[in-house]
Write a protein that binds this ligand. Sequence first.
Ligand SMILES: [Zn+2]
Length: 59
Amino acid sequence: MTTALSVQCPECGGSVNVREDVLAAEIVICRHCSSELEVVATGPVVLAMAPEVEEDWGE
Ligand SMILES: [Zn+2]
């Protein structure tokens, strides 16, 4: 069973639901401001604004 956590969005302060087993470096989208947020830490989960640089993700 996976529990959802509610983490505060660093951009708008709204609550963002992430899985309890989310992994660091995963990207989640804030449903309030549509910001892309990167998981920078887990246990507890910490979100930060994802860098808006164009990256070549490759395959
Ligand atoms: Zn937000």
